[in-house]
Design a binder for this molecule. Structure first.
Ligand SMILES: Nc1ncnc2c1ncn2[C@@H]1O[C@H](COP(=O)(O)OP(=O)(O)OP(=O)(O)O)[C@@H](O)[C@H]1O
Length: 260
């Protein structure tokens, strides 16, 4: 079966600096894959290449066998490859539910122009997307706080809201950028369970970039390790934990040591 995502020799150069250097790997439908590596290794840039937020200098990304590199990011998102929005795209003066409804609106119109709660157009969106927003919020355990203003949310809930916003766009492949950052142990375990359920119950394929090694080891089917822009290893959590080159890369950096 064709992998849902094929990353084929992608590179990204910024002037003299090669942030991502000839990286290749495949992702099967329904896999959970983590991309790890020391600070500055090129992980975020790789995610931007996959979601087409930046163009490739060389190489290409295929989604279900079709090239998606260099398409506009909202076109890639509409096809089904969605990167979680950074917190800055959470509207803090809106409620949790309103944020998720707006995210559906982005799927339908690709821009926020003219969208304000209280307008007739916005009321129509609430009608159309309210049930789906409630479904997503319930799935992620955010139903109880749906009428809370986003500005009042603690970090863990903000991250979960970021994921809800990503889900509103109906992804087949979800790219999560540091989903456990700033979370305490309980919040992390809840997020790990949500990501698993997302795959198990809704068939979503998940790629994540993360520094929290215990969480990475727990959640991943496979791990891809990047160092200085290049892929240095790929394998199961057990294989990666015992890989000499990976241990070497982490010992030589100021990043957290690999392991549990
Ligand atoms: N827009 C840009 N212009 C110039 N250099 C960039 C740009 N984006 C990233 N870089 C450089 O590319 C390299 C890889 O950065 P990237 O953010 O992808 O690493 P990372 O592995 O995600 O790091 P971290 O774990 O610290 O978030 C770094 O040296 C960074 O400074």
């Amino acid at each position: 079966m064709t992998p849902i995502l094929q990353i084929k020799g992608v590179s990204k150069r910024y002037g003299g600096l090669t942030a991502v250097n000839n990286v290749s790997f495949d992702v099967a439908k329904g896999e959970i894959i983590s991309v790890i590596g020391p600070n500055g290794a090129g992980k975020s840039t790789l995610f931007k290449l996959i979601s087409s937020f930046v163009g490739t200098s060389s190489g290409e990304v295929l989604f279900k066998g079709e090239r998606i590199s260099d398409l506009a990011p909202h076109v890639v998102a509409r096809r089904g490859v969605v990167r979680t929005f950074q917190e800055t795209t959470i509207f803090r003066s809106m409620t949790v539910r309103e944020n998720v409804i707006v995210a559906h609106h982005l799927r339908s119109k690709a821009t926020l122009a003219g969208f304000f709660f209280g307008t007739a157009a916005a009321r129509a969106d609430v009608q159309t997307f309210g049930a789906s927003a409630d479904d997503i919020l319930g799935f992620l355990g955010l139903g109880d706080i749906r009428d809370e203003l986003a500005s009042n949310l603690p970090q863990g809930h903000l991250r979960a809201l970021g994921m809800a916003i990503g889900l509103a766009t109906g992804p087949e492949v979800l790219l999560l950028d540091e989903p456990f950052a700033g979370m305490n142990h309980d919040e992390t375990m809840r997020m790990v369970s949500n990501v698993r359920r997302l795959r198990d119950e809704r068939g979503v394929t998940v790629l994540l970039v993360e520094h929290d090694m215990p969480a990475v080891m727990k959640i991943s089917d496979r791990i891809v390790v990047i160092n200085f822009g290049q892929k240095i290893a790929e394998g199961t959590p057990a294989e990666i934990q015992n890989n000499e080159q990976v241990i070497e890369a982490y010992l030589g950096s100021e990043d957290d040591a690999i392991g549990m």
